[in-house]
Design a protein around this ligand. Structure first.
Ligand code: FAD
Length: 474
């Protein structure tokens, strides 16, 4: 087997008897460099049977609307075209539970199912339900993390400092080149008409909220993701260490939407970084033993792409209450409780936040950046979420508002990185206590004056001062 079996978990107790292989794609919207598809193909080869791929489209999943739907569909169209070259049929079913998938298993006489690991509670439930409903083996493959989440750690990690040594130890073993997909040798039968994607109907479905428009600055799909990676590495990567925290320049990679929809894999990106720097992973990581090498672009970038990103998956997988204050560490729950009655200078409703109508033009500018582009700068995301804590009546309300806005507007929303980032900002997750102050207790505070020391705050406000007419208040 060329797929490391440590990436794979069997989710029920069945063994293979006969029938075709189904890859149920739900997180990794790409054909190449996809461990789930590679594993499915290995099983199909081993049993000399056809391979099918099916995507389950959950319309409006976790509050996403047309902006995210459009991006996702464009990526899936490319998946269908690409798979056809490998003689692998592609299907789409619609639904936010596992029923349509169990129909596919029955209709196509499927003998084994392979699916993507996706740690959100809803997606974990789908996998669990399907594993109970069908009478064939169901395998889950971690094709998102470089080191499979269950190999890195068997428990929720406290912070980057606790997961980092575990990842550093395992990365040389797992950060390996991908095998190639090959043309499927066993011909598939014709797929039933109802599973053939009708792209126009899917794009125009009435079952999606169209209030928030797609964006045009970023092109969806795997080919565009590879072009974006190439141009980042060629033109901006060298300055990443110094510029990534400046929201006035394009210092970040802008790869998060592609990573979220699985249009590109983090492993592909990390291997490309090694190729351009001509360094080994151990060379780069040794420059970043404590995650502190912020001026070294390669180390700083891999710290975000691997350590922070895989820590987020660890958080959501081992802490199913990740979207509530129950997920906060004990010290944070206590300090926020102690600060519960502190007077709030400002309290805003969801509609006021959504409409960028706070007293703070810097916060409003960040909100507008997100509304207009679908991607708020990473540095501003921290400020934005912390101010929601400051200007709401309690941390759960702050979480609810931040998660709603993040998931409705961000192209990369509805992702473990979002739930972890919001829980870090509002509830001290993966952080430590700082100085005590009203409302925050010892949760780390961020001030506008701190932003002004890092970048030209007025220029940022000016940049996003337009576009208020694009707003859709709830
Ligand atoms: C309040 C808040 C909300 C956030 N919401 C999301 C979200 O919905 N989706 C999302 O993908 N990220 C989220 N992040 C994390 C981070 O801000 C984004 O991943 C990053 O800004 C994406 O831009 P980029 O791809 O250009 O990042 P780059 O700086 O180029 O980083 C490359 C990749 O590293 C990973 N990464 C970077 N920073 C982080 C981080 N802090 N935590 C985990 N992984 C990271 C991402 O996969 C990113 O694409 C959030 C952070 C905060 C504080």
């Amino acid at each position: 087997m060329s797929v490391d079996i440590r990436r794979v978990q069997l989710k029920n107790n069945y063994t293979y008897i006969s029938g075709a292989v189904l890859y149920w794609m739900n997180r990794e919207g790409r054909v190449h460099d996809n461990w789930s598809l590679l594993y499915a193909q290995e099983l199909a080869d081993m049993h000399h049977v056809p391979l099918y791929v099916c995507y389950n489209l959950a319309l409006g999943f976790l509050g996403g609307g047309y902006r995210q739907h459009h991006f996702k569909l464009a990526g899936l169209r490319e998946v269908e075209r690409e798979l056809a070259q490998y003689q692998i049929p592609f299907m789409i079913v619609i639904g936010d539970d596992s029923d349509p998938l169990s129909d596919v298993v029955r209709d196509l006489d499927i003998g084994v199912v392979v699916t993507d690991f996706f740690p959100l509670t809803q997606t974990q439930e789908w996998v669990h339900d399907l594993a109970q409903k069908i009478h064939v083996p169901l395998y889950e493959v971690d094709a998102h993390n470089i080191v499979p989440v269950w190999q890195t750690s068997t428990k929720q990690e406290y912070a980057a400092r606790t997961i980092r040594p575990k990842l550093h130890k395992l990365l040389p073993e797992f950060l390996t080149p991908f095998p190639k997909l090959h043309k499927q040798s066993h011909a598939a039968s014709r797929i039933p008409e109802m599973y053939v994607p009708d792209w126009e109907a899917l794009e125009n479905t009435p079952h999606i909220n169209r209030n928030i428009e797609p964006v045009s600055w970023i092109v969806p799909g795997a080919s565009a993701a590879h072009r974006a990676l190439e141009s980042f590495l060629k033109e901006r990567f060298g300055d990443y260490g110094g510029e990534r925290n400046n929201p006035l320049v394009r210092g970040q990679s802008d790869l998060s939407p592609y990573l979220h929809y699985g249009h590109i894999s983090a492993q592909t990106i990390a291997l490309a970084v090694l190729a351009v720097t001509k360094l080994s992973i151990s060379d780069i990581l040794s420059a970043d033993r404590n995650g502190a090498a912020t001026d070294n672009s390669a180390a700083a970038f891999l710290e975000e792409l691997i350590i922070r990103k895989e820590l987020s998956d660890n958080f959501c997988y081992y802490q199913p209450a990740y979207a509530t204050s129950l997920a906060f560490p004990e010290w944070a729950q206590k300090t926020l409780l102690a600060a519960a009655d502190d007077a709030r200078e400002y309290v805003y409703t969801l509609a006021e936040f959504e409409g960028a109508q706070t007293h703070d033009d810097l916060w409003n500018a960040a909100q507008r950046e997100m509304v207009i582009t679908g991607k708020m700068h990473g540095y501003m995301r921290m400020y934005w979420a912390k101010k929601i804590l400051e200007w709401t009546t309690n941390p759960d309300e702050a979480l609810r508002i931040a998660i709603y806005l993040n998931d409705a507007y961000e192209l990369d929303g509805r992702d473990p990185n979002g739930y972890a980032g919001i829980a870090w900002s509002i509830g001290g997750v993966h952080d430590r206590p700082w100085f005590c102050r009203p409302v925050f207790g010892t949760i780390r505070y961020m001030a506008r004056s701190g932003c002004a020391k890092k970048f030209d705050v007025d220029a940022y406000i000016e940049k996003w001062s337009q576009g208020s007419s694009l707003f859709t208040a709830t």
